[in-house]
Write a protein that binds this ligand. Structure first.
Ligand SMILES: [Cu+2]
Length: 423
């Protein structure tokens, strides 16, 4: 386990001996030529070579699974570093034209399932998801190899009820280069389902579980190295409605689905072309892009009308950053902190910013009183320069009793830069 320390010590000691011998020779003989015998020179070269090899090996011998208990095979890095295996990178580059090119990787923020879905005749709710590796744009002209559920980021929002028994089948598309699986935080059992759904390309596996707790939960791929899979876009939300009808959400005019996520790429932020994944930046927690629903969306992601009451289901696929979810110019009338719902769960009122943890969620409700374009942001605002913004467009008549500029003819045009570009 501590081999790397021994090798570093050997490397250091040999390096010191070589320098000491060289200095001694130089001091004894003022001129360098003809002073070092061939045998001494060869010995020094061999020692130097050993030092170099030891030094190189020292950096390769950190046990890759030091951070996890070995029995958690679905989650441990287990011989797989954060970087993508070199042979997979080469295969991808040679065959990149064979991967599906998706025009718009963003999940449709409007696609929130209804609360009235019925189980099959045998009482089981059946869900099918497909993992697929595709190419799409993080921003115009910036292409990335996304790993997805159903070819979108986030994966589809799922909705079930507390107490239901679910059969979830996971297929790994035949074109995938990697194994994938699914860990649903709504599942009670080891690995959240990941241990039973490790699927090879072309393979399908099914898990059955009972939804014991209501709540809004993240699901994500938990195949080693987990953070590498997550930071390629493999996450989504599953809502478990409480079985007690008195505790279910009241009807609102619109419901939306948003997740925040990070992308780590080699080179400068904004560099165009097919940008490779950067595992060092992942481990350092320094993403090039922080985005809502998988990419930088220049056009409004959410649409609503003045007077609408809306609910937003928010997730954070992470993997490193806590989101300070905020809508500039709006106040959340209600927040269900950390996506907790059900009996005796706390509801906060009149909230400006809600924390959405990596692997966590939040639910917010707000009434839209004034028309215009609103920026949805992570209020760690430097992340806006990395793409952490989206637009909520509210249409309808002006509401001058609530908001008006005394020097302006119209206040529907908010002073917002909706044509931001990544420099
Ligand atoms: Cu995966």
């Amino acid at each position: 386990m501590f081999l790397y320390i021994y090798l570093e010590i050997i490397s250091g000691v040999i390096g010191f001996i070589i320098i000491a011998i060289l200095i001694t020779y130089l001091l004894k003989h003022l001129v360098i030529h003809n002073t070092i015998k061939k045998s001494v020179a060869y010995s020094l070269l061999i020692l130097f070579l050993i030092a170099v090899i030891s030094g190189l090996l020292a950096n390769k011998t950190y046990p890759p699974n030091f951070a996890m208990p070995l029995f958690m095979h679905s989650h441990t890095p287990d011989q797989l570093p954060a970087s993508i295996p070199f042979n997979k990178i080469i295969y991808f580059l040679i065959n990149k034209n064979k991967f599906e090119k998706v025009d718009n990787i963003s999940a449709d923020a409007n696609l929130v399932p209804e609360n009235d879905q019925k189980p099959d005749s045998d009482g089981i709710v059946r869900i099918h998801l497909t993992t697929k590796e595709v190419i799409s744009e993080i921003a115009p002209g910036i292409y990335f190899n996304y790993w997805t559920y159903n070819g979108q980021v986030p994966g589809p929002m799922l909705r079930i009820k507390e107490g239901e028994t679910i059969e979830l089948s996971l297929t790994n598309d035949i074109t995938s280069l990697h194994h994938h699986n699914i860990d649903l935080h709504a599942v009670t059992g080891p690995g959240g389902g990941a241990t039973l759904t490790d699927v090879n390309p072309g393979e399908t596996k099914t898990i059955r579980w009972k939804a014991l707790n209501p709540g809004l939960y993240i699901y994500h791929c938990a195949m080693p190295n987990v953070s590498t899979h997550n930071s390629h876009g493999q996450y989504g939300l599953i809502l478990v409605d409480p079985k007690d009808p008195k505790l279910t959400f009241e009807k609102v005019d619109k419901e939306f689905y948003i997740t925040q996520g990070e992308f780590y790429t080699i080179g400068q932020t904004g560099k165009k072309g097919l940008v490779p994944f950067d595992s060092d930046a992942l481990l350092d927690g320094k993403p090039n892009y922080v985005v809502f629903n998988g990419k930088i969306n220049n056009t409004p992601l959410l649409h609503a009308k003045v007077g609408d009451k809306i609910r937003i289901y928010i997730g954070n696929g992470g993997v490193n950053l806590i989101s300070s979810f905020h809508i500039i110019g709006e106040i959340f009338d209600k927040v269900y902190p950390e996506g907790a719902i059900g009996e005796n769960s706390s509801i906060l009122k009149n909230v400006q910013t809600t924390a959405v943890l990596p692997g966590g969620s939040s639910i917010v409700e707000l009434k839209l009183d004034v028309p215009g374009k609103y920026l949805i942001v992570d209020h760690a605002l430097a992340r806006m320069n990395k793409g952490a913004w989206a637009i909520l467009e509210v249409s309808g008549p002006e509401q001058k009793d609530i908001f008006s500029g005394l020097d302006n003819k119209s206040n529907t045009e908010t002073n917002m830069h909706n044509d931001m570009h990544m420099e």
